[in-house]
Design a protein around this ligand. Structure first.
Ligand code: GAP
Length: 500
C-alpha cells in the first residue's frame, strides 16, 4: 500500500475524506461528540437522517410494494431470553479474541490471520494465503483454541503496536449485550439487545401467516436496530455496536430453496445497481463454510475505501430457526400446505431464504461512491477541484434548493412562491443568504441534484434557471413546468422501474 505525505495509506486517506465530509456537512457525527465520542457508535445528522430514511424507504418498498407475497413487521428489540438460546446466539455468537500482553491491545484472531493472508497475497503467495485461512478455519472449530495461539506464533504474527508476539490465550467472547428487565438483578431477568432482527420474524411466522392469509412461498420484511459488542470496531460506520438491519425471511417449501436462493440473489444485486452503485464495485462472495444454520450463503461485497467487504448477506437458512423454536416452545409450528396433493407432504416446517443488509453499510457504500472530486482549470489556468456528492436524485437528502439571485428587488418573494409550490412534494430548501456560487458549492456538497435560481428575468417571463448538479449545466425552465419536471426526476419510481 502506498503512503502519502501524512503517512496515511491511500485507502485511509480516502476514508478520512469521507469521514470528514460526513461530519462537516451534517451526515454523520460521532456519538456524544462533545464528550469525545463513544467508540463504534455514531449519530446521523440533518442530511444523514434524510439519506438513511430514503435508503430504508427504497428497500422497504422494493420488498413489500413490489412483491405481493412480502409483508412487513416491526418487532420489539427485547425478546424472550430463550429465543437467543434457541437461535444459538447464547452458545455460539462469539468472536475469538486475543490480547497482546505488552501493548494490552485486544484483537480478533481471525482479523490477524486475514491481515497476514492479505500480505501473502500482495507478495504473490496466493497458495500460502489460502492455506493459512483454511488452517485458521479448521482450528476455529476446535473446542481448545490453543492451536490458534500456536499458529499466530508460527506465522510470526505480531501486535501492530507492540511489534511482539507476546499473546495471551485465545478466548471466545460473546457479542450480545445483556441487560436486566424489572428491578431485581437476578439471572432470570436477563434480556439481550437483539443481535439480529431476524428472530423477531421467525417468532412471528405463525402470527403473520395466519393473519395475513399469505401462503408459502411468502416473505416477512423488517427494518430495525441490532446491537453487537464488536470488540474491534474500526472503519467508521462499517462496523458499529448499534446499527440497523434490513432483513427479509422468505418461507418456502423444502426442496425449492435453491431456486428461491438464486431468485433473491439476483433481486438484491439488481436493487443495489438501481440505487446507483456501479457493477465494478460489487461482487458476489460464496461462503465456503456457511454459518451453523445455513446450507448456502453468499455475500454481496462492495468495494469500500478500504477494499471489498460484505455489504449484504443472502443465506439459505434451511428450517433451522423454526425447528429450534418449535423444540423450545414445544408447540407445533408446521405449515399446512393446501396447494399440494394429500399424497405429498402437506405439513412441514418451511425452509427460509434470508436477505440481510445493514442500513449503515449501505449508507457508507452510497456515500463513498457518491463522493466525487472533478479536477479542472479555472479561467486563470490554475488547477481547481470541484467536490460534490453524485447521489441518485431519488435518494438524495435534499432534492431541490431554491435560491434568489439577490436579496432584493422582489426576488425573495418570487423565490418563496416557487419554494411553496415544491416543498410539500419533495425535500426542498430555500436559501437567500450568501453568493450564488457559494450556494451552488454548498448544495453540491450535500448532493442536491437541482438548484433553481430566481433572477431578474424570472420577474419578466416567469422562467427560472435550473442547474443540474452532475454536469453544472443550466437551462431556462418555465415555473409552470417545474413541478412536473422535478417530481418525475426525483421520484423513487426511477429506482423501482428497474426492478420489475
Ligand atoms: N440475520 C443474519 C445476520 O445478521 P450478518 O451477516 O451477521 O447476518 C447482516 O449481518 C448484515 O448486517 C451484514 O451484511 C452487514 O451489512 C450488517 N452488519 C452486521 N454487523 C454489523 C455491524 N457491527 N455494524 C454495521 N452493520 C453490520
Amino acid at each position: 500500500m502506498s503512503k502519502n505525505k501524512k503517512n496515511l495509506t491511500l485507502e485511509e486517506a480516502s476514508l478520512q475524506k469521507i469521514i470528514s465530509h460526513a461530519k462537516e456537512y451534517g451526515f454523520v457525527f460521532p456519538s456524544s461528540d462533545i464528550y469525545d465520542g463513544l467508540q463504534a457508535v455514531y449519530d446521523y445528522g440533518q442530511n444523514g437522517v434524510e439519506l438513511k430514511n430514503n435508503l430504508k424507504e427504497a428497500w422497504w418498498k422494493a420488498m413489500t410494494m413490489l412483491h405481493d407475497n412480502v409483508v412487513g413487521i416491526d418487532a420489539a428489540i427485547f425478546m424472550h431470553p430463550t429465543v437467543w438460546k434457541a437461535s444459538g446466539h447464547v452458545d455460539s455468537f462469539n468472536d475469538p479474541m486475543v490480547d497482546n500482553k505488552d501493548s494490552k491491545k485486544r484483537y480478533r484472531v481471525d482479523h490477524l490471520f486475514e491481515a497476514k493472508a492479505a500480505a501473502y497475497s500482495e507478495e504473490g503467495k496466493e497458495d500460502e494465503a489460502q492455506a493459512l485461512i483454511a488452517r485458521m478455519n479448521q482450528l476455529l472449530t476446535d473446542e481448545n483454541l490453543e492451536g490458534l495461539r500456536q499458529l499466530l506464533i508460527e506465522e510470526g504474527i505480531v501486535c501492530p503496536i507492540a511489534k511482539t508476539n507476546n499473546w495471551t490465550e485465545v478466548r471466545q467472547f460473546n457479542l450480545m449485550f445483556a441487560t436486566q428487565i424489572g428491578s431485581v438483578a437476578e439471572e432470570s431477568n436477563t434480556v439481550y439487545l437483539r443481535p439480529e432482527t431476524a428472530q423477531g420474524i421467525f417468532t412471528n411466522f405463525q402470527n403473520v401467516q395466519q393473519t395475513s392469509r399469505q401462503k408459502v412461498p411468502f416473505g416477512i420484511a423488517q427494518i430495525g436496530k441490532a446491537f453487537r459488542n464488536e470488540i474491534v470496531a474500526r472503519q467508521f460506520i462499517f462496523r458499529m455496536r448499534e446499527f440497523e438491519q434490513m432483513e427479509m425471511q422468505f418461507f418456502v417449501r423444502p426442496g425449492t430453496q435453491k431456486e428461491w436462493f438464486e431468485y433473491w440473489k439476483e433481486k438484491r444485486y439488481q436493487f443495489l445497481l438501481a440505487l446507483g452503485l456501479p457493477k465494478e464495485k460489487l461482487r458476489f462472495h460464496e461462503h465456503e463454510k456457511p454459518a451453523h444454520y445455513a446450507d448456502a450463503a453468499f455475500d454481496i461485497e462492495y468495494d469500500f475505501p478500504f477494499g471489498f467487504r460484505e455489504l449484504e448477506g443472502i443465506h439459505s437458512r434451511t428450517d433451522f430457526d423454526l425447528k429450534q423454536h418449535q423444540a423450545y416452545v414445544k408447540k407445533n409450528l408446521n405449515y399446512f400446505d393446501q396447494e399440494v396433493e394429500e399424497k405429498d407432504k402437506q405439513r412441514y416446517l418451511p425452509y427460509v431464504v434470508e436477505t440481510s443488509i445493514g442500513a449503515d453499510r449501505l449508507f457508507l457504500a452510497i456515500l463513498s461512491n457518491a463522493y466525487t472530486e472533478d479536477y479542472g482549470v479555472d479561467a486563470k489556468g490554475n488547477e481547481k477541484v470541484r467536490t460534490y456528492l453524485k447521489i441518485h436524485p431519488a435518494i438524495a437528502p435534499v432534492k431541490v434548493a431554491v435560491l434568489p439571485l439577490l436579496r432584493k428587488q422582489n426576488l425573495p418573494t418570487k423565490a418563496k412562491e416557487v419554494f411553496e409550490m415544491l416543498r410539500y412534494d419533495m425535500a426542498t430548501i430555500y436559501e437567500e443568504r450568501g453568493a450564488i456560487g457559494k450556494n451552488y458549492t454548498r448544495m453540491d456538497m450535500i448532493g442536491v441534484p437541482f438548484c433553481i435560481t430566481v433572477d431578474h428575468q424570472t420577474l419578466e417571463d416567469e422562467t427560472v434557471t435550473l442547474r443540474h448538479r452532475d454536469t453544472t449545466t443550466q437551462e431556462r425552465v418555465a415555473i409552470t413546468d417545474l413541478h412536473n419536471k422535478l417530481s418525475e426526476a426525483v421520484s423513487m419510481k426511477r429506482i423501482f422501474e428497474k426492478l420489475i
